[in-house]
Design a binder for this molecule. Sequence first.
Ligand code: BJW
Ligand code: ZN
Length: 297
Amino acid sequence: MLGILASRSLALRLPDAVRHQSAACSDMAKFRQVFSSAKRIAIITGAGVSAESGIPTFRGPGGLWRTWKAQDLARPEAFSRNPSRVWEFYHHRREVTLKSKPNAAHYAIAECEARLRKQGRSVVVITQNVDELHQQAGSKHVLEIHGNLFKTRCISCGSVKPNHHSPICPSLLGKGSPDPESSDAQIDASDLPRCEEQECNGLLRPDVIWFGEVLDSNVLTQVEKELDMCDLCLVVGTSSIVFPAAMFGPQVASRGIPVVEFNTSTTPKTTYFMHHISGPCGTTLPVALARHESEVI
Ligand code: BJW
Ligand code: ZN
C-alpha cells in the first residue's frame, strides 16, 4: 500500500518527459508480451519509417517541394495541367530515394519476417510508401498500396514498367530542385518520359496513387484479407490522415485485436489503439521486434 502511494506521489512529481518515457517503457513491455504469442502480424507503414533514411515525410519538415504541398502535386489534375512540373517533383524524389538506404526500422521488420517464417508465423508489410526500401531491406511480403516511384504507367496504353533510370529522361537532368526560388523547367511534353511500347509513344506518369484515385482493387483485396486474419497489428510512422489507409488500424482494433502505434507523435487515431510507443522507429522497432526469449528457433 505504502509502495503504491509512494509511486503515485512520485509519478505526480515527475516531469512530463519522464512520465511519458516510463509509460512508453511499460507499453513496450506489454507489446513484447503480445508479440511473443502472435502468429500473423500485419505492419502498416508510412513515410515516418523512411524518415531516418533521409526521405522527408509529407507533412513534416522538408515536406514542401518549392512552395507546394504533396497534395497540390500528387493529384491527376496537377499532372494534366502541368506534367512538366509534376515530373520535376517526381524526378527529384526518385533521385533522393535512389541515394537512400534502408534504416534500422526497415531491417528490423525484414529480419523479423525471416525469423518468424521459420517458426511457422508470418509478417506482412502493408506500406503507403513508394520507395522500395522495405524490399531493399529484405522484406518479402510487401503490399504497396500507393504504388511505386520506380514504375511508370503509360497514360495512353496503360502499360506499367519498372524504371530505375537516373535521370528518367535527358530533359530532367539537373531539374527538380526543391528550392522555393527555383522556377519551372517548362519541359515540352514530347521531351518528358514517353512509352516505348511499339507505336505508342504515350506520355508516361509515375505508377503511384494520387489523391482522388482509387487504390488497385487486387491490392486492396489482399490487404482486407491480411487485416481480417492478423492477430497483431503495428501502425508505424504514419499520420493516419489519408484514407483508406487511415482506417486499417482502427478496423483491426474493432475486432478486439491488439494494435500498437509506433510514432514520434500521437495521431488522430492513437486513441483507437491498445498501445502507443513513442520515438523514432529506427530505435523503437529493433527493440520491439527483437527475438523474444520464448522463441525456440
Ligand atoms: C515518424 C518518424 C520516425 C516521422 N519514426 N514516426 C474519406 C474521408 C475524407 C477524405 C477521403 C475519404 N476517402 C478518400 C478521401 C480522399 C483522400 C484522403 O484521404 N484525403 C485526406 C487528406 C482527408 N484519399 C484518396 O483520395 C485516396 N483514394 C481513395 O480513397 O479513393 C476512393 C475515393 C476517392 C475520392 C473520394 C472518396 C473516395 C488516395 C490516396 C492517395 C495518397 N497518395 C499519396 C501520394 C502517393 C504518391 C507519392 O508518394 O507521391 O500518398 S499522398 C501521401 O500521403 C502519400 C502517403 O502515402 C500518404 C500518407 O502519408 P504518411 O505516410 O502518413 O506520411 P505523413 O507525412 O503524413 O506522416 C508521417 C508520420 O510519421 C507522422 O505521423 C510523423 O509523426 C511520423 N514520423 N518521423 C516514427 N523517425
Ligand atoms: Zn503506351
